[in-house]
Write a protein that binds this ligand. Structure first.
Ligand code: HEC
Ligand code: HEC
Ligand code: HEC
Length: 126
């Protein structure tokens, strides 16, 4: 004998639990975002926040290739705004708190970009 009253709700709850990671990832880049220190006094990133979340690694690669291979130091964002291509002087000028921004999210997701052996991180918050 089994108690049917509990089986159906049990299965429904089980199915919901199984698919929580899926629901959770809808509209997000598919990784965990901890609480971050966002730049004070700035509202927008170079591109939209969602795009930056998903694509900042590729953007940095494109930036590097532009500078190193093509000698181009200006990036035109999708809204037409122009930015100096510089990890140190553009990204990190706004994102001054590397520890509580880049590092915090990377640590949460076990990523460890090797950039800072050569590129200068903002001082005072390593
Ligand atoms: C071995 C040293 C080294 C490492 C490691 C390194 N870079 Fe660079 N990177 C350079 C040099 C040298 C340049 C050329 C600098 C210039 O001409 O302004 C450069 C240029 C760049 C540029 C364009 C110019 C600038 O000042 O930002 C970007 C963006 C960049 N690198 C991103 C990265 C990223 C992202 C990483 C990590 C994934 C990384 N680099 C790792 C040496 C390095
Ligand atoms: C003009 C200042 C500014 C510059 C320059 C800038 N950012 Fe941002 N960035 C911001 C702000 C402000 C936000 C948060 C926007 C929001 O709250 O939606 C942000 C958000 C982000 C996010 C998403 C954070 C999250 O909430 O998950 C990433 C990743 C990011 N920036 C990386 C970069 C990188 C890499 C560069 C350089 C290529 C860069 N940013 C340049 C201001 C800037
Ligand atoms: C909201 C979370 C988050 C924030 C904030 C963030 N990153 Fe990342 N970053 C990631 C994740 C996740 C990856 C790994 C993506 C992958 O492997 O596909 C990554 C990868 C990278 C890579 C490529 C490294 C590699 O080994 O492939 C670089 C370079 C990088 N981030 C630079 C930055 C810089 C610079 C900042 C701060 C201005 C920053 N990120 C802020 C989540 C974040």
């Amino acid at each position: 004998m089994y108690n049917g009253k509990y089986i159906i709700p049990g299965l429904v709850i089980f199915a919901i639990l199984l698919t929580v990671p899926f629901w959770y990832n809808l509209g997000s880049p598919g990784y965990a975002t901890p609480e971050l220190k966002l730049p004070a006094g700035e509202k927008n990133c170079i591109e939209s926040t969602e795009w930056m979340k998903a694509e900042h690694m590729q953007l940095l690669n494109i930036w590097r290739d532009n500078v190193v291979r093509m000698g181009n130091r200006v990036y035109t964002a999708s809204n037409g705004k122009k930015w100096d291509i510089s990890l140190q002087n553009t990204c990190m000028k706004c994102h001054t708190n590397k520890a509580e921004f880049c590092d915090k999210c990377h640590d949460t997701n076990s990523v460890d970009p090797y950039c800072w052996t050569c590129h200068v991180a903002p001082r005072g918050n390593e």
